[in-house]
Design a protein around this ligand. Structure first.
Ligand code: ZN
Length: 158
């Protein structure tokens, strides 16, 4: 496939995800809840996680929020990719995603759907949009023993 076709395909995936997100809503129950905000674009999300009672792995991830196509598509793809992952694996995925936004990494075959966001690395002003879901996830996973986060996380200083 030619590079331009590939780029078009990625844009199509992002727009489709934006128009028809598959993971909007709230998990039941809500074991972790975290709000995230990207002031540079105005994107806002609320992430909820259902954790497995036995091993603490991620059973389900849902989001609510408003924002640009890139931020919404990114969090929607992220939610899907996280199901069944342990918290450690999820935190590694956060690092891989952030490295991918610098052009330094990509996801392995079983997570290759996430690589559609790779093209965003070429647009520095949009990187914060793509990172918002992952940044918020990291804050949600790092909460210790509290169901409700008190504060908004902002990626303004990233
Ligand atoms: Zn945005």
């Amino acid at each position: 496939m030619a590079l331009n076709d590939l780029r078009d395909l990625y844009q199509t995936v992002i727009l489709e995800r934006y128009k028809k997100p598959r993971n909007r809503g709230t998990t039941s129950p809500v074991d972790r809840h975290q709000r995230g905000h990207n002031p540079s674009c105005g994107d806002t999300i609320e992430l909820s996680l259902k954790l497995n009672g036995a091993d603490g792995s991620i059973d389900d991830v849902k989001f609510e929020g408003e924002g640009c196509a890139i931020s919404m598509a990114s969090v929607d793809l992220m939610a899907e990719a996280l199901r069944g992952k342990s918290c450690e694996e999820a935190l590694e995925m956060v690092q891989t995603f952030q490295a991918m936004m610098k052009g330094d990494a990509e996801f392995p075959k079983e997570l290759r759907k996430l690589n559609v966001m790779q093209g965003v690395a070429q647009f520095p002003v949009r990187i914060k949009c793509a990172n918002l879901g992952w940044h918020t996830l990291k804050a949600a996973l790092e909460q210790v023993g509290q169901a409700e986060a008190v504060e908004f996380v902002s990626n303004e200083n990233l």
